[in-house]
Write a protein that binds this ligand. Structure first.
Ligand SMILES: CC(C)(COP(=O)(O)OP(=O)(O)OC[C@H]1O[C@@H](n2cnc3c(N)ncnc32)[C@H](O)[C@@H]1OP(=O)(O)O)[C@@H](O)C(=O)NCCC(=O)NCCS
Length: 402
């Protein structure tokens, strides 16, 4: 038997090159899903105070009504119904042990919602689920081993050898962190097709209203449940059955100096505890966003003006979007997709940004391809305070090049 020749630096380099894609990663399909239970925001204070037996707290209910009107949310979808809350009175008092019961519920409900969104993305993509090579799943809703990623294999009919990565507890930047990872996987593994899945249920955050606890009012008034999936791959098939939506040109993450206390969350016996410094968060984002944008666009040499771009911004609340509008002097329609998603679904943590991308491409399609500028930016933020920035290119401009 002939012996294998010793590897030279060139051999290794050639193998390494052959393993890598030729072009940038692109989003090839998007799917979204929500639970059936829809709650209009103007009915939510009645639902919340009735379901938690708190109607006697009239002043707090009035304050909650005022806060609900300030968040930019018109309706949300929630997994938890009044019936579910009646069956679990321990969810109302945050000091009661309820973590096990919450984890039991999300262990099934999160993978099911994640599968609904994923099936839509796979159907739009048009290839069999067994062609998915990598799976990146992220959630803040629970912590199980094996996790949602493992449960999705039988639910979606993925191949057992799909390479899985599970990201827990990344707060509201979870969706963009998963997309950032998917870009690297797709560009570094020729032929890879990465299914990115993000799913959230706010049940882990649920607790009844309590005098002096503003955080509960924000938790209940702002956040909603949903799931979203994106298929990411480089070098889309030339046979015409893969249709890139957005190329991912660059991806970055940074921590805002001095913001460690701004958003934090931890597991307790009563679900999630933690705090959002709601008065400070819009300022932290506003003071730092321009630098994040310059750091992302500067090296690309595009000379981009902010109003020349399309915008996908995580809609943390309308105060945050207003602040970004003011600081960057954006034209009124630039954050329209973010505002619509916030209004229709609430803040679904990391899921929200994928809904915003879906909304952008929907608007673009409705306007027969004339709706989006070529270059765009995706920005999310979350615990840390962390800012994720992604430069995107809408691929309809020169379909032939992708
Ligand atoms: C919370 C928020 C809606 C308040 O909006 P606002 O325009 O500042 O409204 P106001 O100052 O009128 O506050 C509304 C009420 O909430 C109270 N309030 C606001 N922030 C508060 C805080 N941090 N602690 C206690 N009470 C607070 C106000 O006192 C006021 O009560 P009142 O109606 O009894 O007078 C707004 O600051 C916000 O959206 N912040 C960012 C939210 C966020 O961090 N989202 C998650 C990021 S991923």
């Amino acid at each position: 038997m002939e012996s294998v020749p010793a590897a030279t630096p060139n051999t290794i380099r050639e193998i390494w090159r052959a393993q890598r894609a030729d072009g940038p990663a692109a989003m090839l399909a998007i799917g979204t899903a929500n639970p059936e239970h829809c709650v209009p925001q103007d009915e939510f204070p009645d639902f919340f105070f009735r379901a938690t037996g708190s109607d006697h707290l009239t002043a707090l209910k009035d304050k909650f009504r005022r806060v609900c009107q300030k968040l930019g949310v018109q309706k949300r979808y929630l997994h938890h119904t009044e019936e579910l809350l009646r069956a679990h009175p321990e969810f109302i008092d945050h000091d009661s042990p309820s973590l096990d019961a919450r984890l039991d519920i999300v262990a099934t409900a999160v993978p099911e919602l994640a599968a609904q969104a994923s099936k839509k993305a796979i159907a739009e993509w048009g290839r069999p689920a067994t062609d998915i090579t990598h799976l990146v799943v992220t959630t803040n809703s629970g912590a199980h081993i094996p996790g949602v990623d493992f449960r999705l294999i039988p639910l979606l009919g993925l191949r057992p050898s799909v390479r899985r990565t599970m990201l827990y507890l990344n707060g509201c930047f979870a969706g963009s962190a998963a997309l950032r990872l998917a870009k690297d996987l797709a560009e570094n593994n020729r032929g890879a097709r990465v299914l990115v899945v993000c799913a959230e249920l706010t049940l882990m955050l649920f607790s009844g209203p309590k005098e002096g606890c503003f955080q509960t009012l924000i938790n209940q008034g702002l956040f909603g449940d949903g799931a979203a999936a994106v298929i990411v791959g480089a070098d889309p098939a030339s046979s015409g059955h893969e249709h890139p939506l957005f190329e991912i040109v660059s991806a970055a993450q940074t921590v805002v100096p001095g913001s460690d206390h701004a958003i934090n969350m931890h597991l307790t016996k009563g679900g999630y505890g933690g705090n959002i410094s709601t008065r400070e968060v819009p300022g932290f984002i506003g003071d730092n966003i321009e630098q994040c944008l310059q750091d992302s666009f500067g090296p690309l040499g595009l000379g981009a003006k902010w109003n020349d771009l399309f915008w996908a911004v995580h809609p943390g609340s309308s105060a945050i979007l207003d602040h970004i509008d003011t600081v960057l002097k954006l034209k009124p329609d630039k954050l329209a997709a973010s505002r619509r998603v916030l209004s229709e679904y609430g803040n679904m943590f990391g899921v929200t940004i994928i809904f915003v991308l879906d909304e952008l491409r929907r608007r673009h399609k409705e306007q027969q391809g004339a709706g989006l500028p070529e270059w765009g930016v995706m920005i999310t933020f979350g615990p840390g305070l962390t800012v994720e920035t992604m430069v995107l290119r809408a691929t309809h401009h020169t379909q032939a090049s992708v």
